[in-house]
Design a binder for this molecule. Structure first.
Ligand code: BGC
Length: 808
């Protein structure tokens, strides 16, 4: 069949026509269905892992650690476990082979991802070697209603033949973590089979993860609706259990199979053993139609809170797709789980399901939509505060040092070696020096508080986490008497191309501007947070943390005297010494290699290193303009004693834009953001590039290993906060729209300080805000720095370009 890439029809549907083995893994990732508790890739149910297909099911927070022998040493890696597969379902006509799309003449193959209802549908027709034509109509869901359930409905029609059809529906625990080619040399068997069994049409199996000892139990109920069933048998082997049912078919006749799966783990609740829970879930779940109806209603409720209208057109579809995958990874069900924000969703095995700083691109957006989910995700960090304190202590510091990559227990999970597939060499991985991850956590705590007004969380958990992060930075900063400044040495910024000075014998860079400025911001905020706490709670917390006046004075001093390095022309230097690096021959490399996003791999394969060049993988200094408004930056630089003219922003943007390869999908999001006011068409181009990132696999082969959650949420936030100019400051919701020319208008419903359904619509002429009726106190709103308007529940306000137009 002629292959075809993703087509989208309407804002709620992604359609794939045809079947192309080379595209299968990308589709599997993009057609993943999930509910925040677990997710299953959109793999064909008849497929097992091989060169074409890669079925995968991942449970939020379910990790396992294995040791491998690599480049002459033992390394331990923790993986998000590929859990037993609930999908297996295939069939064969009398004397024929089991169906698989690549083994037969496919007459038709169409896959459709229905975003509104959370359904994956597939239609196909095929002809076997005896000329028998069979049609299949399949739909599946991973329930947003009951997070432990998934279901699939399959109808198989004999178009032109009669005879028996054997159906096989099973559960497969023989799966391994083999989804990422670069990790193939590493240990991948995380499941130890415990038991499997059957009771009529109910099948189950249980496994334990190899070292983390999480019990995973999977069960399924199979119901076959056919005119005549002539045989039912159960077959098993270690790690596999299947129900075979034989039915009689005649031309035009159809058989329907309903498979309902229940998935539980020992991470859920101690109240019920997972095996019993899984069996109960599968056995007592309603029929597919009812499950689908409940699931559809749950999605409807989610979409009501997730509405983000970007004026229709192709951008709308991708916005919906991104929202869909964000909500499938972190949903209200995540609130009941101890899990963080996995950088690649629950959609594949890239980065081993680890949690990086990417939540910086996810949580501020979600804080204005699903604050309860954000609170739960911040708790993932808070629970790992003891581990972060330990890490700081082991590094000789006070406070909390969060790991660059985090998994189950909060220890540092960054691999020590990584493979450059271009050179075949295993290389030291120094990315753990990206200590700035803690600053992202502090920023998110602050943003969450600004959006929700949730003082209780701040008192109980947020403040402690933020203060401990601040404490770490106050301690790490060393005072240079000769310059009267504090330095932060030996770290990495977000740009992963630079991990050391050229020819240095140890990794790390000094005075990374992003780190230093955000450390100053965090220390300053730490003081504000203490002021926000009611005196009694503040005293208790200070006592518990033994936070003395001297230490707070140090917070203040460091926040005023951290060093920021500037180039001779006033551009903020990415780190001390950056200006002395060589310029890269960008054109030469582009001509030679075409795609130079992974310039680091190219240079290393050439025996060179990006450390020698003014070349960045992604936004680094520019992250400052992403996170902080020009006013905030001006205030921060003034506090630091630096003159920072507003024109320094466009100059700094221009400087780094010319020296960035965008080797991370996060980069396009940041550039779209920082260009939003100075170059709207360029901002829009980056926005579209970020929208394309996963749908068209812009980074070439990476999406099949998992979506890029930060970039997906980042595009949503571009529409939500950047183009509307939405800013939460001092208890005031400020808007200041700057829409790119191709974006006619924006409309959304936000959750703000206990108000659900705050309607915000904007174009370049006016902004309208409307609060639904409620008993909540009024909110304070303003346009840019204009006067504050008090907006009561049940009222609306329209601001024309020049100011407030009128209240309704
Ligand atoms: C980026 C990091 C990011 C990580 C996980 C890397 O390629 O450079 O900034 O945190 O991917 O998404």
């Amino acid at each position: 069949m002629p292959p075809e890439r993703a087509r989208t029809t309407g804002p709620w549907c992604v359609v794939y026509q045809g079947f192309d083995p080379a595209e299968v893994r990308l589709r599997e990732a993009l057609c993943t269905l999930g509910n925040g508790y677990f997710a299953t890739r959109g793999a064909a149910p008849e497929a097992s892992a091989g060169s074409v297909h890669y079925p995968g099911t991942y449970i939020a927070g379910c990790y396992d650690r294995l040791s491998s022998w690599v480049a002459g040493r033992s390394v331990a890696n923790e993986d998000l476990v590929n859990a037993p597969n609930w999908l297996p379902l295939t069939f064969r006509a009398e004397n024929g082979r089991w169906f698989a799309p690549e083994g037969f003449r496919l007459l038709e193959h169409r896959q459709e991802l229905d975003l509104r209802h959370g359904l994956l549908r597939r239609w196909l027709r095929y002809q076997d070697e005896e000329g028998r034509v069979t049609a299949v109509d399949q739909q599946r869901l991973v329930s947003m209603d009951d997070p432990h359930l998934a279901a699939m409905l399959t109808t198989i029609r004999a178009e032109n033949w009669s005879g028996s059809l054997e159906l096989r529906s099973g559960l497969d625990a023989r799966v391994r973590n083999r989804g990422v080619a670069r990790y193939r040399g590493l240990a991948d068997r995380h499941l130890i089979v415990d038991s499997a069994g059957a009771d009529g049409d109910l099948l189950w199996l249980t496994v334990d993860t190899a070292t983390s000892a999480v019990r995973i139990a999977l069960a399924c109920r199979n119901a076959v609706h056919a005119r005549e069933a002539t045989g039912r048998e159960t077959h098993g082997e270690p790690g596999w259990i299947a129900r075979h049912v034989t039915v009689e078919m005649s031309p035009g006749e159809a058989v329907t199979v309903e498979k309902v799966a229940g998935l539980h783990t020992s991470l859920d609740s101690p109240a019920e053993p997972p095996a019993a829970a899984a069996r109960r879930s599968a056995a007592s779940a309603p029929c597919f139609a009812e499950l689908r109806a409940r699931h559809g209603r749950a999605w409807e409720r989610l979409w009501r809170r997730a509405r983000l209208d970007v004026g229709g057109g192709p951008a709308q579809r991708t916005v919906n797709l991104h929202m869909f995958h964000v909500l499938q990874t972190v949903s209200p069900h995540t609130a009941g789980v101890d899990a963080g924000v996995p950088a690649r969703g629950l959609h594949g095995e890239a980065y081993r399901g680890h949690v990086f700083w990417d939540e910086l691109f996810v949580l501020p957006f979600l804080s204005l939509r699903f604050p309860e989910v954000v609170r739960a995700l911040l708790r993932y960090r808070r629970r790992r505060l003891p581990a972060a304190r330990r890490a700081a202590r082991e590094a000789g510091h006070t406070g909390a040092m969060y790991p660059w990559q985090s998994g189950s227990d909060g220890r540092e999970e960054t691999q020590v070696l990584h493979l450059n597939p271009r050179s075949g060499r295993w290389l030291p991985d120094n990315s753990r020096l990206q200590r700035h991850v803690g600053l992202a956590i502090a920023y998110n705590i602050w943003q969450y508080h600004q959006a929700s007004g949730d003082l209780e969380f701040l008192c109980e958990e947020g403040a402690e986490t933020l203060l401990e992060i601040a404490r770490f930075w106050a301690d790490v900063a060393t005072y240079d008497r000769s310059r009267g400044r504090y330095d932060i040495r030996g770290v990495m910024g977000p740009d992963e191309y630079h991990d050391a000075y050229p020819d240095a014998d140890r990794p790390g860079l000094d005075n990374n501007a992003y780190t230093n400025v955000m450390a100053a911001w965090t220390l300053w905020r730490a003081l504000d947070v203490l002021d926000l706490l009611p005196p009694g709670r503040r005293a208790v917390l200070r006592e518990r943390l033994a936070l003395t006046d001297e230490e707070l004075a140090r917070f203040d001093d460091v926040s005023r005297r951290l060093r920021v390095v500037f180039h001779r022309d006033g551009v903020i230097s990415q780190f001390e010494g950056y200006e002395e690096l060589a310029e890269l021959d960008w054109e030469g490399y582009r001509n030679k290699y075409g795609d130079i996003r992974r310039l680091d791999r190219i240079l290393e394969a050439e025996g060179d290193t990006p450390n020698r060049y003014k070349a960045s993988k992604q936004a680094d200094v520019l992250m400052l303009f992403y996170l902080l408004t020009a006013d905030e930056l001006r205030a921060l630089f003034a506090r630091l004693g630096y003159r920072f003219a507003p024109r320094a922003i466009p100059e700094t943007v221009r400087y780094y834009l010319a020296r960035t390869s965008h080797g991370s999908t996060l980069s396009a999001v940041v550039h779209a953001w920082v260009l939003a006011r100075s170059d709207r068409p360029a901002s829009w181009r980056f926005f579209l590039e970020a929208l394309d990132g996963d749908l068209h696999d812009v980074q070439g082969g990476t999406t099949s290993e998992g979506i890029h959650l930060g970039a997906m949420a980042g595009t949503l936030d571009l529409a939500q906060r950047c183009y509307t100019g939405l800013e939460l400051r001092d208890g005031v919701l400020r808007v200041d729209p700057a829409l790119p020319p191709d974006l006619p208008g924006l409309a959304m419903e936000l959750e703000y300080r206990g108000h659900s359904g705050l309607r915000l619509s904007a174009d370049n002429r006016a902004v309208r805000l409307a609060l639904p009726l409620s008993t909540r106190p009024p909110v304070r709103v303003a346009v840019d720095d204009g006067p504050v308007t008090v907006l009561a529940a049940g009222r609306s306000v329209r601001f024309g370009l020049g100011g407030e137009d009128g209240k309704g």
